[in-house]
Structures are given as structure tokens and as C-alpha cells.
Design a protein around this ligand. Structure first.
Ligand code: FCB
Length: 452
């Protein structure tokens, strides 16, 4: 017997407007595989995966979900869910192996087919230029810490926009600059695996700068799809009312949220974090801040959990007695409502999208299926939380589930499963889980109501 969901799906559906964007999301390195095929160059994640001890199961992206070969079936799977949008990324080294100079025709042709295939199935393409897989050749010249990479990125974005722009619903410059900068270059747990705070801050600055420059270049080129960026955001809450806990929570909010939102939407870095960085502040040139704050059409928010901190730093959610996912992240749907309402209250925000939301759980096969009630409930409760923000007046335009299918979860390898579709890596068989069936039925119900 499958546990019933405590949320009334019909009442939930009624809270969203007809033109709302409903999607599923993936990224190139996590699903494509075929890393050495058809002229693809190497990315920093290929190189990182070769290091010992950095990926939990010592795996890599060589095969992943073999999406490069199975894309047609995967597009059928997406269409079968009844979503009207698909968020995916282009692997820069697949289309421009060295990150500058020659373009790879076979790589470009792959995304060309993918876009046509989506449109034929009535699914709107939402393309991300940079979901972390920088060409390794550019890393060897300093990577995102080098100012020149900013210009290489603008060239790459322009080329893609010229070829694909008229088929896109939206184009995102970067996915999660915080993660690329801090996890990649300060804590070093992600590619390129550097441990240096000043480098991380320079990387963050260059990511933001290249976003603004790309927006200007794409607009000058007349690209007419919607342009934006995706940030990983979370409410950062103090563990107690003590002055010390509250001060730390404010600083961590600065590091995670305001360091990115303020330059993008206000044109300046937050003073408190700037002071705290001391000698590690990034080098900034003349018009950088003006460029970074070039108006964008939308802001994408990836939301998974909140962060609770005390004077000493992050508090383990298990200590709070909270329910956690397989990543150890607290299940906290209210945080999504709070976060979206705060953005709306404190900033003059463009349209908002929840570009990622979902959960890893250790799925079990039973009676020929995966009855992932925890994931289903997680997603339903977060959709309800998004609906609450909408009701409060937040200009929320869409919601995308992470992820379409189980995939390479970065440093966790294949051990953590985020998919609403199960992937058997031995056979590459895809099986929709209960969460996918719930999502499909939820969307179907909505279409029926609209048709009635
Ligand atoms: C986000 C990433 C995405 C995925 C989820 C679980 O930080 O953007 O690729 O790994 O986390």
C-alpha cells in the first residue's frame, strides 16, 4: 500500500496560473556521458574526477546517464511527464573544446537536435551556458580567476545565442556562482579543487562580471529570449536569539545571499562581508559593478533547504531534530516561501523562477517500482510553499524539479539519487518513480481543469 499524500493536489493546482512554467532540470556533465566522443574537449570535472579520494564512489562522468546517445528517449520521457519546460545546460568543451578558437560542429549539432526535439514535443527549452564544466584548457590559464576567461565566456555565449537564441525560452548565464567559487576554490570539494579564499572571491567576481557582459553583448546582438542567472539561495537563520548567533547568521547570509544578489540587483557588494574578507577581497576594475547590475529578465533560485548557524558556524540539522534528506539537508519547505517573499520585499526583483528543487533519498525497489513517497511529499510540499509565495504577491513564473533522472551528483558520485525517474546504471533503463507519476498526474489534472 502506498502512503497517501497529505496535500490535496487539485486544490494545490488551482493556486497556479495557466501560463505558469512547469519543468524538470538536468545539467550536461551530470547526464551526458560520451566525454571523449565526437571531438568533445576536457572539462575541469573530467580532470577533477581523476584525482584520488575526491568523488565518494570514485566514479566520473564518462558514461553517466548516456544521455548523449539516449536523448530521444529522454525527450519522450520529459514530454510524457506533461511538463512545458526543460532546463538543461550546454557542455562548453563539447561545443568549443579549448574554450577559445575552433568550434566543434558535432557538439553543436547535438544541441541543435536536442532543441528541435524539445520544440517538436511542445517543451520549451531553458538553456544554461555554464553549469560548472569549464574547459580544462581555460583552467590551465587560470580558469575563472583569470579576467580573460570573462571574455572567452562572452564569445561562447554569443556564438550559442546566434545559433540557438530564437529557439530558446530563456538563457541562463551561470548556475550557482557561489558553489563554483566557494566549493570549487575555497573549500576545494568541487572542481577545480583549489583551497584559497582570495581565488574564490576573484572567481565569484569574474562569474558575475561575465554574466553582465554577456547580457549586454546578447542584447546588442538582438537575442530576444529572456536572460538571467541562477543562484543557490537559502534563508540563513540564527540558532538562538543571542547576539553572537545572530551576528554570525547575518555574516553567513551576506556570504551566501547578499554577496550575489546585491551586486546583481543593487550594483554593490555588501559592506559587512567586504570588511570581513580583509585582504581576500576581489580586484575590481572601473565599470565592473555597473556591468554586473545590467538589468536581467529573470532570476532563477535553486532551493533545497535552510541553513541554521550559531556563533561557531553551521549547525548540523540532525542536532535540531529535523527531518533530513540523504544529503543530510533539512526538509524545510517554509524556507522557500520566506526566501521568495524576502527577495520580493528587499529588492526590486525581476521575474522569479524556482529553477531547482528536489531531494535525494535512498530509493528502494518494491513490487516492480520505486515508491519514493518521501521525494513525492518533498516536492509537493515545496510546490505548496511556492504557491504560498505567489499568493503573497511574489512574481514567481515557474518551478522546475531537480532532477529529471538520477545522475552524477558531483562529489557524491552516483550514490545520491535526485531523480524522479530511476536510472539503472548497469542497463541504463529509466523507470519513473512514484514522484514522477504524482508530478505527471498533478500537471494532467491542471490541464484538464483548464480545458473544462
Ligand atoms: C545544485 C546543482 C545541481 C544538483 C543539485 C542537487 O547545487 O546545481 O547540479 O547537483 O544541487
Amino acid at each position: 500500500m502506498q502512503q497517501e499524500l497529505s496535500i490535496d493536489s487539485r486544490a494545490l493546482a488551482a493556486r497556479f496560473p495557466r501560463d505558469f512554467t512547469w519543468g524538470v532540470a538536468t545539467s550536461a556533465f551530470q547526464i551526458e556521458g560520451a566525454t571523449q566522443q565526437d571531438g568533445r574537449g576536457e572539462s575541469i570535472w573530467d580532470a577533477f574526477c581523476r584525482r584520488t579520494g575526491v568523488i565518494a564512489d570514485a566514479s566520473n562522468g564518462d558514461v553517466a546517464c548516456d544521455h548523449y546517445h539516449r536523448w530521444q528517449d529522454d525527450l519522450d520521457l520529459i514530454a510524457g511527464l506533461g511538463v512545458n519546460a526543460y532546463r538543461f545546460s550546454v557542455a562548453w568543451p563539447r561545443v568549443q573544446p579549448l574554450g577559445q578558437g575552433a568550434w566543434n560542429a558535432a557538439g553543436l549539432a547535438f544541441y541543435d537536435r536536442l532543441l528541435d526535439g524539445l520544440l517538436q514535443r511542445g517543451v520549451a527549452p531553458h538553456l544554461t551556458l555554464n553549469h560548472w564544466d569549464l574547459p580544462q584548457a581555460l583552467q590551465e590559464q587560470g580558469g575563472w580567476a583569470a579576467r580573460d576567461t570573462v571574455h572567452r565566456f562572452v564569445d561562447y555565449g554569443l556564438e550559442l545565442a546566434r545559433r540557438f537564441g530564437d529557439r530558446l525560452s530563456s538563457l541562463t548565464t551561470h548556475n550557482e556562482p557561489f558553489v563554483q567559487a566557494v566549493l570549487g576554490n575555497e573549500t576545494g570539494i568541487f572542481a577545480p579543487g583549489i583551497h584559497h579564499r582570495r581565488t574564490a572571491m576573484q572567481v565569484a567576481h569574474h562569474l558575475l562580471l561575465s554574466h553582465g557582459l554577456a547580457l549586454r553583448a546578447l542584447r546588442a546582438e538582438g537575442v530576444d529570449c529572456r536572460l538571467g542567472i541562477v543562484l543557490n539561495l537559502a534563508p540563513v537563520e540564527a540558532a538562538s536569539d543571542s547576539e553572537a548567533d545572530r551576528a554570525r547568521a547575518r555574516l553567513e547570509d551576506g556570504r551566501l545571499v547578499r554577496w550575489y544578489i546585491d551586486p546583481l540587483l543593487r550594483g554593490s557588494y555588501p559592506d559587512d562581508v567586504w570588511m570581513d574578507l580583509g585582504a581576500d577581497v576581489p580586484e575590481i576594475h572601473g565599470d565592473d559593478m555597473k556591468i554586473i547590475s545590467t538589468p536581467m529578465d529573470f532570476l532563477g533560485v535553486n532551493y533545497y533547504s535552510r541553513s541554521v548557524v550559531n556563533a561557531g558556524g553551521a549547525v548540523d540539522p540532525k542536532q535540531l531534530g529535523a527531518k533530513v534528506t540523504d544529503m543530510g539537508w533539512e526538509v524545510y519547505p517554509e524556507g522557500l516561501t520566506k526566501l521568495l517573499c524576502r527577495l520580493h520585499r528587499d529588492y526590486s526583483i525581476p521575474d522569479l523562477y524556482v529553477t531547482e528543487n528536489g531531494a535525494a533519498f535512498p530509493d528502494e525497489w518494491r513490487d516492480g517500482g520505486v515508491h519514493d513517497v518521501e521525494r513525492r511529499d518533498y516536492i509537493a510540499r515545496h510546490i505548496a510553499a511556492a504557491g504560498a509565495a505567489l499568493a503573497a504577491g511574489v512574481p514567481l513564473k515557474g518551478f522546475m524539479v531537480w532532477s529529471l533522472m538520477d545522475n552524477f551528483e558531483w562529489a557524491s558520485g552516483y550514490a545520491k539519487r535526485f531523480g524522479i525517474v530511476h536510472v539503472d546504471y548497469a542497463t541504463q533503463r529509466r523507470t519513473p518513480k512514484a514522484s514522477a507519476i504524482w508530478y505527471r498526474d498533478f500537471l494532467l489534472g491542471m490541464r484538464r481543469r483548464e480545458a473544462a
